[in-house]
Design a protein around this ligand. Structure first.
Ligand SMILES: *[C@@H]1O[C@H](CO)[C@@H](O)[C@H](O)[C@H]1NC(C)=O
Ligand SMILES: *[C@@H]1O[C@H](CO)[C@@H](O)[C@H](O)[C@H]1NC(C)=O
Ligand SMILES: *[C@@H]1O[C@H](CO)[C@@H](O)[C@H](O)[C@H]1NC(C)=O
Ligand SMILES: *[C@@H]1O[C@H](CO)[C@@H](O)[C@H](O)[C@H]1NC(C)=O
Ligand SMILES: *[C@@H]1O[C@H](CO)[C@@H](O)[C@H](O)[C@H]1NC(C)=O
Length: 385
């Protein structure tokens, strides 16, 4: 895959345009310090970056890592129990703030605070109690306005919202017939009039169900009900892109033949990606668009039969115009136990897309961060939690 990178100025300031500016990084007002002038200069610089950079060009510089390909085919890896608790990551201010939600052995969900430099600070506070092995999904609607989804100990789908403090969502989620081992995926966008969230789960009949929320309705309702049989316990990934009055959305899931599949909106057409994932592999996705021309890009992450995290590439026409061949999927050199949950989050840094992914290595209960920094190879490291 080799796509033409637009010029750095081809950047469309999307979500961050209407958002407040980042706070200074220290609690001492920076203009009171001797470094005030430098601080202001750097802050102004950072703000320009944040506003300009949210939606970026293609990652031409990833060519080097593209060269390491992986067939991502075949199934039959060792399947242990259900993949265990999910992971959920969000970021705002272009990765200056990252939050990761994980479940520990005590059944509680915890939050860890990270940043774009890879520093992590696990918060020892118990955030909420969930059923053992809960799936997790999270979105942000604005900087530090977080919606987190999980299953409680009675297997009821719940929402917690962080808005200057955590609180249970006030409108119930109409999650009828939820499969006990469902995964969760959530995606959010802001259209011309309201904030929108879509949440996906698997029903007991193994089909996938959408739930919908918006600021204008201020309540949850059932959205689309898909009819295809998904693999029981499939991971689900979801992305949405609101651009110049159009909504593009995709939902990713695994079919019984282990192939990755996509529902693509508008139309909710079903595409089968010609590649297999390990049974119960995590599935996560990110999307972004170029400025001016409505090219958009999707990257899907899954685990192949050998337990290696693989990136699948979609570039809309007139770029590659579809999914890259399975043979060009990128091997991220991150080997974890099969199966693992995966969550990804991404932001722009001028013309580059910066990607972070999180997986849980179930045999040692340690989380791993894999990272693409806009150029060079993917890296991965074990986190301390
Ligand atoms: C872009 O990335 C570099 C390297 O990680 C970082 O030093 C810089 O602060 C980033 N710039 C912005 C505007 O995020
Ligand atoms: C998930 O639950 C369904 C029943 O709802 C069951 O058939 C399936 O085997 C379960 N999958 C896993 C991986 O435990
Ligand atoms: C994105 O949505 C627009 C508006 O509905 C549609 O015309 C376009 O074909 C979609 N793009 C893709 C790649 O599906
Ligand atoms: C995918 O591979 C097939 C055969 O290997 C080739 O004919 C086709 O052009 C490839 N498609 C893309 C989009 O690279
Ligand atoms: C995952 O855990 C296993 C067992 O402890 C270990 O062999 C493997 O290296 C770990 N993977 C990573 C990427 O750390």
């Amino acid at each position: 895959m080799d796509v033409q990178a637009p010029f750095p100025e081809d950047l469309y300031p999307k979500e961050l345009r209407a958002q407040p500016l980042p706070p200074p990084p220290v609690s001492v007002p920076f203009w009171k310090t001797r470094k005030g002038v430098v601080g202001i200069t750097i802050l102004a610089f950072a703000i320009i970056g944040a506003v300009v950079g949210i939606v970026v060009s293609t990652e031409k510089k990833s060519k080097k890592s593209d060269a390491k390909s992986d067939s991502a085919s075949g199934a039959g890896g060792t399947v242990t129990a259900l993949g265990g608790a999910g992971v959920a990551a969000v970021n705002w201010y272009n990765g200056q703030q990252i939050r990761l939600y994980i479940q520990k052995d005590d059944g509680f969900v915890y939050e860890a605070t990270g940043d774009q430099s890879g520093n992590w600070n696990p918060n020892p506070t118990k955030l909420l109690q969930a059923k053992a092995g809960t799936p997790l999904a999270a979105v942000t609607r604005a900087p530090s306005l977080i919606h987190l989804y999980f299953l409680d100990i009675s297997n009821v789908l719940q929402e917690y919202i962080y808005n200057s403090g955590w609180a249970k969502g006030i409108t119930p989620l109409p999650s009828a017939n939820i499969a006990p081992n469902t995964s969760l995926a959530a995606t959010a966008w802001t259209d011309s009039s309201s904030d929108q969230i879509r949440l996906y789960y698997q029903k007991q009949d193994n089909t996938i169900q959408e739930l919908a929320w918006s600021t204008s309705s201020a309540s949850w309702s059932s959205g689309s009900s898909f009819t295809d049989q998904a693999y029981p316990g499939t991971s689900i990934g979801a992305v949405a892109l609101w651009y110049l009055g159009n909504l593009n959305m995709s939902v990713y899931w695994q079919a019984n033949d282990l192939t990755l599949n996509e529902y693509m909106y508008p139309g909710w057409t079903r595409n089968t990606l010609q590649r297999s994932a390990a049974p119960l592999s995590g599935i996560a996705a990110i999307t972004w668009t170029d400025w001016f021309i409505h090219n958009f890009h999707v990257r899907v992450y899954h685990e192949n039969a050998a337990g290696i995290i693989v990136q699948d590439v979609y570039d809309s026409p007139p770029l590659a115009g579809g999914w890259s061949n399975a043979s060009t999927a990128i091997n991220l050199n991150t080997l974890v136990d099969v199966p693992t949950p995966i969550s990804t989050t991404a932001w722009a840094n001028y013309s580059d897309i910066i990607i972070r992914g999180y997986v849980k290595n179930s045999s040692n209960n340690v989380h791993i961060e894999f990272a693409f920094s806009g150029s060079g190879d993917w890296t991965s490291k074990e986190l301390s939690f």
